[in-house]
Design a protein around this ligand. Structure first.
Ligand code: B12
Length: 257
């Protein structure tokens, strides 16, 4: 059955797929509104990677995830197509797609599904794409036989050393850049010193496992790539749109002074 599903997914344009038993994550579900969509009697989580590194060189003051069009929009289209194809093939089964705003702890499940290792920085690191890949999933009642292992990175400590907050998740600069609440002088200085307008890749750029990562094949990411944020630009469909123009432009203005 795995082979057939993999073929369907490939025909929908996505190459990286893994399977994790729902029971392996059931006790770790995240509280969110989407939790109610999990099908009753769910048996399997089918996970997908969406690689997003477009160029070797880093974008200017925005993180790589923010340089491509908003992944929620792009990946959701792929997930919806896959869901429809699976529904056609397995008529009596239920399928629900999620990405990011998901009750599924995505890094943990993808690691269990064999799609990579969990880095000390909390990110999933895949052999081919490094950590430059988004994770999406379909939760289904289909009972797919899968073995699950879980591997961590070698814990070289480079990410922890490089991160200005020492990998304290509540002080992550990515979260700070997305904070709507007014920034303190100290917080402003942190963004300035680290050249951050939106998102943060410090812990990922330094990771040795990211060294030989490949460029994405996803055409929407390649075509919609922008290597910087410009004050006054049309932000529709960009990663920073959801927070509103005020937040991203506030950060950008720090660099104008
Ligand atoms: C909340 C969240 C964040 C928060 C984290 C806040 C916090 N206090 O934990 C903030 C806004 C900081 C964030 C930032 C980023 N995120 Co985020 N985030 C999530 C989300 C929605 C839930 C994670 C979670 O709470 N899991 C539950 C806990 C219990 O699991 P955990 O295994 O104990 O730990 C997780 C986190 O706490 C975190 N973590 C562990 N150690 C550390 C250390 C630091 C410094 C941080 C910030 C987080 C962190 O990573 C684990 C993986 O999920 C997931 C999507 C999902 N549904 O899983 C995306 C997700 C993990 N994020 C993603 C991305 C891309 C990012 C950024 C790279 C974006 C950017 N460039 O700025 C950064 C990376 C920062 C980092 N080192 O993790 C991707 C990661 C893909 C991958 N290959 O792993 C995900 C999977 C979304 C997706 N669908 O692709 N994120």
């Amino acid at each position: 059955m795995k082979e057939r599903i993999t073929e369907i997914v490939k025909n929908c344009g996505i190459t990286d797929i893994g399977f994790c038993r729902f029971s392996a994550v059931e006790g770790k579900l995240l509280e969110c509104r989407a939790k109610g969509r999990i099908p009753e009697n769910a048996k399997t989580v089918i996970l997908f990677l969406f690689p997003y590194k477009v160029r070797e060189e880093r974008p200017d003051k925005i993180s790589r995830y923010a340089a491509v069009p908003d992944y929620h929009i792009i990946c959701e289209k792929y997930l919806e197509k896959i869901k429809q194809e699976l529904e056609k093939e397995f008529k009596d089964e239920k399928f629900e797609a999620f990405i990011d705003n998901s009750p599924i702890p995505e890094v943990y499940s993808a690691a269990r599904a064999g799609l990579g290792v969990k880095g000390e920085n909390g990110l999933l690191i895949n052999e081919k794409w490094g950590s430059w890949c988004f994770i999406g999933e379909i939760v289904t009642t289909l009972d797919i036989n899968c073995e699950n292992s879980f591997k961590k990175c070698p814990l070289c400590g480079n990410c922890k050393k490089a991160c200005p907050s020492g990998l304290q998740r509540d002080h992550c600069l990515s979260a700070l850049s997305q904070q709507k609440k007014e920034l303190s002088e100290e917080e402003k200085a942190l963004l300035l010193q680290n050249n951050i307008i939106w998102g943060c890749d410090i812990c990922a750029e330094i990771c040795p496992l990211n060294k030989n990562s490949n460029i994405t094949y996803i055409k929407e990411f390649i075509e919609g790539y922008r290597d910087s944020y410009t004050l006054g630009e049309d932000i529709s469909g960009r990663a920073y749109e959801w927070r509103g123009e005020k937040t991203v432009s506030r950060n950008a203005k720090l660099f104008e002074k």
